[in-house]
Design a protein around this ligand. Sequence first.
Ligand code: SF4
Length: 694
Amino acid sequence: IIELGQPEHSVVTTCAYCGVGCSFKAEMQGSTVVRMVPYKGGHANEGHSCVKGRFAWGYATHRDRIRKPMIRARITDPWREVSWEEAIGHAAAEFRRIQADYGRDAVGGITSSRCTNEETYLVQKLVRAAFGNNNVDTCARVCHSPTGYGLKATLGTSAGTQDFRSVEHADVVLVIGANPTDGHPVFASRLKKRLRQGARLIVADPRRIDLVQAPHVRAEHHLQLRPGTNVALINALAHVVVTEGLVNESYVRERCELEDFANWARFIAQERNSPEAVEELTGVPAAEMRAAARLYAMGGRAAIYYGLGVTEHSQGSTMVMGMANLAMATGNIGREGTGVNPLRGQNNVQGSCDMGSFPHELPGYRHVADDATRHSFEALWGVTLRGAPGLRIPNMLDEAVGGHFKGLYIQGEDIAQSDPDTQHVTAGLAAMECVVVQDIFLNETAKYAHVLLPGSSFLEKDGTFTNAERRISRVRKVMPPLGGMADWEVTIALSRALGYEMNYSHPSEIMDEIAQLTPSFAGVSYAKLEEAGSLQWPCNEAAPLGTPMMHVDRFVRGKGKFMLTEFVPTEERTGPRFPLILTTGRILSQYNVGAQTRRTANSRWHEEDVLEIHPFDAETRGIAEGDLVSVESRSGDIALRATITERVQPGVVYTTFHHAKTGANVITTDHSDWATNCPEYKVTAVQVRRTNRP
Ligand code: SF4
């Protein structure tokens, strides 16, 4: 029993795990946190929390934290502790040498969805103003970049349409490729409450997730599709809507581009898009698809919530557009209880995208080729900006392997563990001449670094996070940075050493600059956040208190645009050598690659990643519960313990990716979304065999 004692004071801040963005009171004794208590005044969580935010914060003071800057000449050399001044000076000199030797485009940066809006903004500013190129990218590349692309193309903005509270008005909820119980637990509680009140549920997922069978909330329809057939499924649902006369014609006439709608309706009405035509492909009975489509279209207010099971596919962007098409055709956008809503993974992945972390977009999702936008940044930053997009993460790695990309500044991102095709990632990193990793732990990527800069945990941060409902909340410093410098201060120092001066004395001044340059943030300031508690963008003159629900009277782009969503099968094929499909996901107590949660007591609930395999597939391979099995794909092989379960269907296996030693991404493919390069984590052809090899 640990005696925690009575707190002396508390600081309200925001959870640094998932995109729900729960508010907590960090209760303190002196400068020590003794408890994290869910904050009743938090707009995203209203006093609720899950086991990650509540208990898994001890990593912040874990003995593994990096507390001193370190450098080394080669990645095979031992680390040498140095002063901040020497580390930053060395990094800047190396970046400048590389640019002199190989050209301006030979370096780039990666922002972090674990960091604040202000920190992210500064990294992209450093890349654009100090490096002088657009080679900046973010972890959204590997998660929700298709959301940005698909929702912008159809609705006009790269974000979810509703606030979380909206689900309390839904009559029908369609959950696609998301497992909120594990991934977004506080939102799942809100959803389950509404389901217990009588809302009806459709789940489209290859696994029997908790929502399919949970007591009192079970799904009325479980569309248990084969991984990789999302677009065929959404087209089949839309086919039913169009051919059975379920289109909301007055809505479409008033709100959408009519010519695009007519083209789309003709396309979707074709017999090859019917439920019967795709029954065998998807594995979902046609009658089930027809019933689900009718329920979605005629059951009242219908809301779509989706996750990485939608985006992490070679047709991720197409699927996002397919859901927007379905919602527009049935009039289910712009009212309470409706909408198309991504359940975003990381605490600030929405914010990192908003802040211009993509190589083609400046803050506020404005293309770098747009002269007026670029000139507004140039005037304030005092530099000339490139009008052509820079490199995405996979392109940086390709160029590095090819010998043309030599230097990378990575703030709070572990691409060696979290990105697909690990061998390719590490080959790219190993080929670079200066990799600067700014992180709280010596992660897998740091093994390829030449400069290591101590990062700050959320308890050491001052700034803002933006959650999945576009809600900007304050993150308040609970303790000083263990390494002596906050992440935003490090970026400023690096920029200064590179010869580009940045002058801010507090993160609030960075937010003031963001507001000055970004129309959707024009009304955001720390003073207003203190007063309001949180603000949902767009927050500007037209919406001074923010915007809980978007697209109410008109879409952000004006008229909604229906996009053609032809199903194109993934290039990843099963066959005699690799007959099963591996798909991946998360578990409640752990978070992503586990760098944080594995350093907390939460690990007792999940000590290793396991492979879920259906009894039929296990029996035909002589696999018993708990056996060690090898999982082999075209990219590599790993060993996992097997658990035999009917949560997965025959032909499909499933694992999580929380532990580096089992490294699911060693075997994932290099296929990616056609529009955004988001990796196809959710479909890997594999063979599974019993093995003795650990
Ligand atoms: Fe943190 Fe997400 Fe859990 Fe809320 S639901 S406590 S934001 S991990």
